[in-house]
Design a protein around this ligand. Structure first.
Ligand SMILES: Nc1nc2c(ncn2[C@@H]2O[C@H](COP(=O)(O)OP(=O)(O)OP(=O)(O)O)[C@@H](O)[C@H]2O)c(=O)[nH]1
Ligand SMILES: [Mg+2]
Length: 511
């Protein structure tokens, strides 16, 4: 195996080690992806330094964005049950912190370089992206990103990102670029605002960036807008007005009710003296927090189904789209080669006849060049001229094969882009045009009985994984099962009650 192949093997091993701790069903899907890889290597769809498994994001990403000191880190610490992030009233975080689960009992930080070079994480080669927008900054990836691991059960199967306070005016291009990149990659984005700022209008640009720009995206459903620290409003004469002012500000930017939450952190909050008021605040907070936490859990489930969906789709894409496209190109190529041969050899024959007639080698229909007698008596000359003739014929044939192949490549590349499937169709096609492949072979290179069997097995496996995920994530009565066709879409919105039950099962299964 070459070094590139070994590298990819190492990466998959790494992936498996992590999934072993987090989700055994997904661990098995890695094996299935490897089966597809093998088919793709043989057919030429993938290079041996590629894998279908390394380009999908395995961990759902939840990012926490928002204004300075709005309580992002406090919220994350509370969610994890660990004092992982520093908090405080000045701007504390100046980097993005990517947190992921590890059994190790201590939380530790790794440099951003770990994120940049580890394909498990969606920041893989982020430095190149940064370099594109801010020259020279790519090398300083460490000053933008850090990685922390934490043994919190809440973190199993997901990645959480804490971010520096967002200020559209003061932000450097590279930070804005990372923020946007993170938003694009995230499955769920929690946008925090601080109720201690009674005047939301002052943050015009920030609101524009975090609200106006997000509300019309086609993945707008993944944004939750959270007004935090509303305990501070309890001290105002009219607490409702604080919330209402924010609601208006967000409403002006297109946010309709439903994804606007008001919460505060019980430990960081200022005690509320008035009993009635306190209870009212607590009820609202608890309901909203529960909804936010449920969404955070759901993301993990959705992602697991989506990965099995990708597996199934990749298998189908190979069988139903890539292989037929290759076969079609190969038969076009065969036709071109056969026609090319016919035309070229006819022309050659006509030319030869013409030349020999001109040279006076013909006596009527009898071929009688002056050197014919000496050739007939010289076996060495016979053999070498025989070899010469065969070489010319073969040479011409292979030139025609190569030219015909080349004439089809552009079309194939276009088709490849149009089909939008993973894998290099042109490369796979060229395998079939190699000199040692007969133009009369019936199926594309690497697509034999073994490959077909393996592919069928992967599809069956995918169905089984969906079953296992259903067993794992849905309630025992089986009311909420997913089918493969549903997996491309968002998991259906569920009743709160059912949700709670689902989550009980998840936690029970995980412990
Ligand atoms: N009253 C009150 N204070 C809070 C609440 N949540 C956080 N705080 C306090 O607000 C301050 C800022 O909290 P952080 O969690 O550091 O805020 P952050 O958004 O991470 O801030 P940066 O990382 O600097 O952007 C800290 O002093 C917290 O103790 C809350 O719900 N109510
Ligand atoms: Mg912070």
């Amino acid at each position: 195996m070459n070094t590139a192949g070994r590298l990819i093997e190492g990466r998959l091993k790494h992936l498996e080690t992590h999934l072993e701790q987090e989700n055994p069903v997904l661990l098995k899907t890695v094996q299935s992806f490897k089966k597809l890889d093998r088919i793709a290597y043989r057919t030429g769809l993938l290079d041996t330094d590629e894998s279908y498994a390394t380009q999908i994001p395995w961990w759902p990403l939840i990012s926490v964005l928002g204004t300075f000191s709005s309580g992002k880190s406090t919220f994350i610490n509370h969610y994890l049950g660990y004092k992982l992030q520093r908090t405080g009233n000045q701007a504390v975080d100046d980097k993005f912190t990517v947190t992921c689960y590890s059994r190790e009992k201590t939380a530790h930080a790794l440099p951003g370089v770990a994120l940049d070079s580890d394909p498990r994480f969606p920041f893989y080669q982020m430095s190149e992206d940064i370099e594109l927008v801010a020259k020279g900054e790519g090398q300083r990836i460490d000053s933008y990103l850090q990685l922390k691991t934490c043994p919190s059960e809440q973190l199993r199967g997901k990645i959480l990102i804490d971010s520096p306070g967002f200020d559209a005016d003061a932000q450097r291009t590279s930070t804005l670029k990372i923020t946007d990149h993170i938003i694009d990659l995230s499955d769920l984005v929690l946008v925090f605002f601080d109720a201690r700022h009674p005047e939301p209008g002052a943050m015009h640009d920030t609101l524009d960036h975090l609200v106006s720009n997000t509300i019309n995206r086609n993945d707008a459903g993944k944004f939750l807008y959270i007004l935090n620290q509303i305990d501070s409003a309890a001290r105002e004469d009219n607490p409702e007005e604080v919330v209402a002012a924010w609601q208006r500000a967000l409403g002006e930017r297109g946010l309709t009710a439903g994804r606007f939450y008001t919460i505060y952190n019980p430990e960081a909050a200022v005690p509320i003296a008035d009993d009635n008021l306190r209870q009212r605040f607590e009820r609202k907070r608890d309901a909203d927090l529960e909804e936010i936490h449920n969404r955070m859990h759901e993301v993990e489930i959705e992602r697991a189904y989506r990965i099995v969906g990708v597996l199934e789709r990749t298998a189908r894409d190979i069988e139903e789209r890539a292989i037929p496209a290759i076969s079609e190109a190969v038969s076009r190529w065969k036709r071109r080669v056969l026609w090319g041969d016919a035309v070229a050899f006819s022309l050659l024959l006509i030319a030869l006849i013409g030349i020999t007639i001109n040279l006076g080698y013909w006596e009527g229909f009898r071929f009688a060049p002056p050197w014919l007698d000496s050739l007939m008596t010289n076996p060495v000359a016979q053999i070498s001229s025989g070899v010469g003739i065969v070489a010319v014929i073969l040479g011409l044939h292979f030139v025609i094969r190569a030219l015909s192949a080349r004439s089809l490549l552009r079309r194939l590349r276009k088709q490849s882009a149009h089909l939008a499937i993973r894998g290099n169709l042109a490369n796979a096609f060229l395998r079939n045009t190699k000199p040692w492949r007969s133009i009369f072979s019936t199926s594309p290179a690497g697509w034999g009985r073994g490959a077909k069997k393996r592919l069928t097995q992967v599809k069956e496996d995918a169905d089984n994984y969906v079953q296992s995920l259903n067993d794992r994530f849905t309630n025992p009565s089986g009311e909420e099962t997913f089918s493969l066709s549903e997996m491309g879409h968002q998991a259906p919105a569920r009743e709160k009650q059912a949700d709670a039950e689902v989550m009980e099962t998840v936690t029970a299964n995980q412990s």
